[in-house]
Structure formats: structure tokens, C-alpha cells
Design a protein around this ligand. Structure first.
Ligand code: SAH
Length: 416
């Protein structure tokens, strides 16, 4: 038989696909079928917990017994995910009798269809057949994936490849509010990275990892939002105007923000400005420093039997200010973890307020500066003394303050 498969993209929405077997192979196969909106019928006496979760959620139907030929009635495709060769051959025979393509996990030579190794990149799907050798298919797929997601190489430099990969656009452009993560350029999401590498215009914050910008393709217009002259509110208006103008001119605009766009990032204001101007916006969440900075210092924001909550609060406005929207006296009565962003300037007043309203001065506290970057510094102290410790150590923003017993939860562990 020829080793050359005829490649096809099956459009399975609403079409019956029978999966025979309820083990690890079926567990791996089912998600892509569900993603294609196939009408999945699972035939197996027992299921893995992951498959059972799909059944419980109503995403597929389960026939809890061994395969019977009638299970294939109405099916367009069957996936055999069982080890028993005799039972698998029985499914193959029933499929062939009904002219239904049959994928065999146990014996590819007995199959009438092969599943390729797949990688996805936005709207693009790459499927690789290895000429009969699945390992070859996987290694080529991995190489293609590296190329597509890569930060160097032809995709970033070759305008033809770049243009062909982009989602076709008509008329108005689009704005993507993308979270860049806390600092380490590897902590941007895959989606964020793809949009960045496709963007015509990137509007970046001061807190955005510089290394990410360094890796943008040539030809992209980079707007440094921190260099826009004017005061804070005019600057925001100006940023909104740039986003809207460029998008209305047809550009794909990435508004790149430190951490997550919606955690003290003014992402909501920018979204409102864009939608008011009729510009479509997509929000791509990011790894927020409120969780990542403690983690980088070996501090979990929750820990079993230590803290069942964490509260993220801005320390930008001093507790005594009439403009404060934070009930510091209520926060002082919480037992769990308190994470304070933008809190260095007001740290003495914040810690005094917390202690005055009941939080123990001896509660462990830590401050993490420039987390996940080469400039990361950590100071460990207590709530009562952390403000002085920060001054003594000369810590600077950006820094995250963590208060709570979680600061010591992992102290006995060897961390790398
Ligand atoms: N949207 C961002 C937060 C913006 S507010 C996020 O989700 O992370 C800016 C504050 O975030 C800084 O003052 C500091 O408190 C915190 N911050 C951001 N990046 C940081 C980092 N790498 N290390 C420590 N703190 C950071």
C-alpha cells in the first residue's frame, strides 16, 4: 500500500464521529474533535476522569459498554483508541463495510486514515504526515512550531511570510490590548506574542519588558507611551487617540501593557475609547505581577492551611487621602494574603494603618522589586518593619509588597 496519504481537512461540525476506547489515547484525541464541533459518540466500558468530565459537561455522549457494529450507524469517521488488536480489527471491519474512514491508534497499517501531527498558529493549522513514521511527523511539526512561534528567523524578517500569515483585514483595523507579563519576555502568552509579531503598530508602556520590543519585526511602528509629553490624564487621552487613529487607518494595533491589561492597567479606559470610536478590541490577558512577583520570590499567594484568600490592592493613593477608594481598616482585619502594587511611596503610611487597625506587626512581609528580570531584588521583613527595611535596602519601583503568613510558607524548601 502506498505510504503517501492524501491530506484533507475534515469539517466535522455536527457530524457524528465515533471514538472507541476510553483510555489515554482517546483522552488525547477527543479535544480536537470537540474543537471541530464534531458530534462525538464515545464507546467504552470505562473512561478516564478527563473523558468523564467531558461527558458530565454534556460535550459528548458515552455508551458505557464494548463496541457493537451498530454504533457506527450514521458516523462519518471512527477513531479506534484501544489496544486489543482483535477488537480493533472488528471496528475496522465494521467501518470498512459502511465506507467509514477508520483511524487506528494500535496499528497504523490497518488504518484507512491517519491523523497528522498538528500545530496551530492563530488561524493557521499545520498538519504534518511523516510518510508512515509518526516520530518524523512530530519532529517536523515541532520544527515548524518553533519557526512559527519563534522570535528570530525568517518569520520576523521575511515580509512575504509575515504578510501571508496575517489574518486578512478589510477596512478598519483592530486594537489588541495585550498583557506583556511582569518582565521576563518569556512570560508573554503565545497569543500575545503572535499578535505582537503580526502588528503594524505597537504602543508600549514603561513597564513592558524591553526585551520583547527588541524582538519585534522590522517595519513595525513602535510608539513609546511613556515618552508622550503631557500630564497623566492628557497622556491617556493621547494614547487613546493614537490607538483609535491608527486602527481607523486600517492598522493592526497592539497596545502592550505590563502584567495583565486589567490589573491597574487602564485597559478598561482604552477599551471604552476604542469601542466608542467603532474600533474592534480584543483583550489578551497577561501574567500579572500581583501573582508573579511573589512567585518569583518563592512566595505562593495562597497555600493550603495558611491562606485561603489573596487581596490585590493599589497603594498609589495614601490611606489617609480623601481620594482613597480602599478600606484599609477592613483589609487590616483580613487573615489572608495582601498584595500591594504601586505601594512603595506610601508604604510607611500603609503599614502603620494596617497595624493600627489590627493586623499583627509581626506578620511576615516581603517586597519584590523588578520581579522576573535581571534587576530582581527581594527584601523579607515583617509588617511592622518592612517600610524601614525597604528604605535601608534602597528598593525602587516597580515593586510588589506581600503581607501574610504565605511569605514564610515555602521557606524551608530549596528554591532554584
Ligand atoms: N498591570 C500590571 C500592574 C500595573 S500597576 C500587572 O498586572 O502586573 C504597576 C505596578 O505593578 C508597579 O508599581 C508594581 O507594583 C507592579 N509591578 C509591575 N511589574 C512588576 C515587576 N516586574 N516587579 C514588581 N512589581 C511589578
Amino acid at each position: 500500500m502506498s505510504a503517501n496519504a492524501y491530506p484533507l481537512g475534515l469539517r466535522l461540525a455536527g457530524l457524528r464521529v465515533v471514538v472507541v476506547g476510553g483510555g489515554t489515547v482517546a483522552t488525547r484525541r477527543v479535544p480536537a474533535l470537540l474543537d471541530a464541533d464534531a458530534d462525538v459518540l464515545l464507546v467504552a466500558p470505562e473512561l478516564t476522569p478527563a473523558l468523564r468530565a467531558h461527558v458530565d459537561a454534556g460535550r459528548l455522549r458515552w455508551v458505557p459498554r464494548r463496541f457493537a457494529a451498530d454504533d457506527l450507524d450514521g458516523a462519518w469517521l471512527v477513531q479506534v483508541a484501544i489496544d486489543d488488536p482483535a477488537a480493533a480489527a472488528e471496528v475496522s471491519a465494521a467501518a470498512a463495510a459502511r465506507r467509514i474512514f477508520c483511524v487506528r491508534a494500535d496499528d497504523r497499517n490497518a488504518a484507512t486514515a491517519w491523523t497528522p501531527a498538528v500545530t496551530r498558529y492563530g488561524p493557521v493549522t499545520v498538519a504534518v504526515h511523516g510518510g508512515g513514521d509518526p516520530r518524523r511527523a512530530v519532529s517536523v511539526r515541532d520544527a515548524v512550531r518553533t519557526l512559527l512561534q519563534g522570535r528570530t528567523g525568517p518569520l520576523l524578517t521575511d515580509p512575504v511570510i509575515q504578510a501571508s500569515l496575517r489574518t486578512p483585514r478589510s477596512g478598519t483595523g483592530q486594537v489588541f490590548l495585550v498583557g506583556a507579563g511582569p518582565g521576563d519576555p518569556e512570560l508573554v502568552t503565545l497569543k500575545g506574542w503572535r499578535l505582537l509579531s503580526e502588528a503594524d503598530v505597537v504602543v508600549a508602556d514603561r513597564l513592558v519588558p524591553g526585551l520583547l520590543l527588541d524582538e519585534l519585526r522590522t517595519g513595525v511602528e513602535l510608539v513609546d507611551a511613556s515618552k508622550i509629553p503631557y500630564g497623566p490624564s492628557r497622556t491617556q487621552e493621547e494614547i487613546n487617540r493614537i490607538l483609535v487613529d491608527r486602527a481607523l487607518a486600517g492598522a493592526s494595533v497592539v497596545r502592550l501593557k505590563g502584567g495583565d491589561p486589567y490589573v491597574f492597567g487602564r485597559g478598561g479606559e482604552e477599551l471604552l475609547a476604542c469601542t466608542a470610536a467603532g474600533v474592534p478590541v480584543t483583550v489578551v490577558p497577561g501574567v500579572t505581577s500581583s501573582i508573579a512577583a511573589p512567585a518569583a520570590a518563592g512566595i505562593p499567594v495562597t497555600h493550603r492551611s495558611v491562606a485561603h484568600e489573596f487581596t490585590v490592592v493599589s497603594g498609589h493613593v495614601a490611606p489617609e487621602s480623601p481620594h482613597s477608594l480602599v478600606r484599609w481598616e477592613a483589609l487590616a482585619r483580613l487573615r489572608g494574603t495582601l498584595v500591594i502594587l504601586m505601594g512603595l511611596k506610601n508604604l510607611p503610611s500603609i503599614t502603620n494603618t494596617l497595624v493600627a487597625h489590627g493586623r499583627e506587626a509581626g506578620t511576615p512581609a516581603a517586597v519584590v522589586q523588578e520581579a522576573t528580570t535581571g534587576g530582581q531584588r527581594i527584601v523579607r521583613s515583617t509588617l511592622g518593619e518592612v517600610a524601614d527595611a525597604v528604605t535601608a535596602a534602597g528598593l525602587r519601583p516597580p515593586a510588589v509588597v506581600v503581607v501574610g503568613d504565605v511569605v514564610e510558607a515555602l521557606e524551608s524548601a530549596e528554591l532554584s
